[in-house]
Design a protein around this ligand. Structure first.
Ligand SMILES: [Zn+2]
Length: 471
């Protein structure tokens, strides 16, 4: 039995073929012929780029011939570490406008292989999904960005500006990330604006898209070091000033402390969008969070913060991550140290975090300091650029009736390389995902739906046509 349906979307012929009662191999072949973005993603997943070591040079080898065949200029920038490189493909426009850049990291985080039910590097197609490490973060995005750029060339669309596709090294860790690339090779990636990973296209359990968020800024990661001091002495005669105990009390106080709700213009817009697109009582909580009324905000915070992602984007977060104390079983150490990772909202002064910690801990035996001078805050990218407007418009075309909002990304990305140089950068994971998909990111059985990849490719392709095609 087979069911075949085809429909025409613009110039792109999309065929969805569901074949039952065929061999696994024939089914895979049928599915791969369906959607070129899914097929590309399968190829990308099959190149294991777990970082460390990353091995991103293999992605350059995979992509090079495909871009070259369609007239892109290829530039592979090797890093000082063998096997690692950045891959840059440029499709020339007439130069009347400055380039637009699509950036996607080629490395992925490692896997706990025994916890996966399928091969994380097999590129398995099952139940309408592509499974594998990086399916969401961010080989799926790389496949979408690459396909959208390749379609511009394939359809010979005359361009007013260069379109640059970049597959980056070392986003998940390591020294030779886009900040390194920007420092030494800026002219190769200089652009008017760029797209990167970041915001979300969130699907409800019923499959309908709830909202699209486009990130315009990232939170910043800083380390705060607590050093507790006490008497160093023989453990047979303990005193009340044991440094380990003092440090433990300080950490317990921080654990009970909650930082204030701090809304940026983006997060305010984001929560108002959630208010419009959620059912009661959450819709009221989201609206109350933006009310400015202290008691309403407090109650709304309590409910909304049950979701760790929402809890994180409305405040500076506190997470103890490292401890260092003691060296022998018969010695009470004179000091004990803990490092606390704090993700701050852009614009927050780290010195204010130190003062807040000192006041919460309230113990002069505990010294609080910033671990290393954090990178300076970079301003949020404006929502007024041609690229933001085009993406916002095409998200609405792709998902009619869906709210689109700007967003403060809860973690850090490689967007800093551009934003710190004044280049507006917008983040999107360009496929609709639900809570179940999201929980698998950096986890087990990571997956993205083939239909979401298809929709995302259409959306990004039309966004590129809007900003880059000659008029
Ligand atoms: Zn990522």
């Amino acid at each position: 039995m087979s069911i075949t349906s085809c429909r025409r979307v613009g110039l792109l012929m999309i065929c969805a073929i569901a074949v039952a009662a065929v061999s696994g191999e024939r089914l895979v072949t049928a599915q791969l012929s369906v959607d070129p973005t899914a097929a590309l993603l399968v190829d990308l997943i099959r190149v294991n780029t777990s970082n460390p070591p990353g091995n991103e040079g293999s992605i350059a080898e995979l992509l090079g011939p495909r871009f070259k065949a369609l007239g892109f200029e290829i530039d592979v920038v090797p890093t000082p570490e063998p096997g690692k490189s950045h891959f840059i493909a440029r499709l020339r426009g007439d130069g009347s406008k400055r380039p637009v850049l699509l950036a996607a990291h080629a490395d992925v985080v490692g896997v706990e292989r025994e916890k996966w039910t399928l091969d994380p590097f097999g590129g398995v197609l099952k139940d309408g999904y592509v499974f594998g490490r990086g399916a969401i973060d961010f080989k799926g995005g790389m496949a979408v960005f690459a396909r959208a750029a390749l379609m511009l060339a394939d359809q010979k669309i005359p361009l007013a500006r260069d379109v640059i596709f970049l597959a980056e090294a070392d986003e998940e860790g390591g020294l030779y990330n886009t900040s390194w690339l920007a420092q030494d090779h800026w002219p190769k990636i200089e652009c008017e604006f760029s797209l990167n990973e970041g915001g979300w296209i969130i699907k409800r359990a019923n499959g309908r898209v709830q909202y699209v968020s486009i990130s315009t800024a990232d939170k910043i990661s800083i380390g705060i070091v607590l050093t507790a001091r006490g008497t160093s002495t023989h453990s047979s005669m303990p005193r009340p000033d044991n440094a380990i105990v003092t440090l433990a009390r300080a950490l317990a106080k921080l654990a009970d402390h909650e930082t204030a709700v701090t809304l940026t213009p983006s997060t305010r817009q984001f929560f108002l969008t959630l208010a419009k697109t959620s059912a009661s009582p959450m819709s009221e909580h989201f609206r109350n969070l933006t009310s400015g009324d202290r008691e309403l905000v407090r109650r709304a915070d309590q409910e909304i913060s049950k979701d760790p992602l929402l809890h994180a984007i409305m405040r500076n977060t506190i997470a103890p991550v490292l401890m260092d104390a003691g060296f022998r079983t018969n010695v009470i150490p004179g000091s004990a140290e803990a490092t606390v990772n704090v993700r701050i909202i852009p614009g927050t002064n780290p010195a204010d975090i130190v003062r807040e910690f000192e006041s919460v801990i309230g113990d002069s035996r505990v010294e609080v300091r910033v671990a290393a001078s954090p990178p300076p805050s970079v301003p949020a990218s404006p929502e007024t650029t041609e690229l933001y407007r085009a993406l916002e418009k095409q998200a609405r075309v792709q998902f009619p009736g869906v709210a689109v909002t700007s967003y403060l990304f809860q973690a850090g990305t490689d967007a800093r390389a551009w934003r710190s140089r004044g280049v507006p950068t917008y983040g999107i994971y360009p496929y609709a995902i639900d809570a179940e998909d999201l929980s698998r990111m950096h986890g087990n059985d990571e997956r993205v739906s083939i239909e979401s990849l298809r929709q995302g490719t259409e959306m990004i392709f039309r966004t590129l046509v809007d900003v880059a095609a000659q008029r």
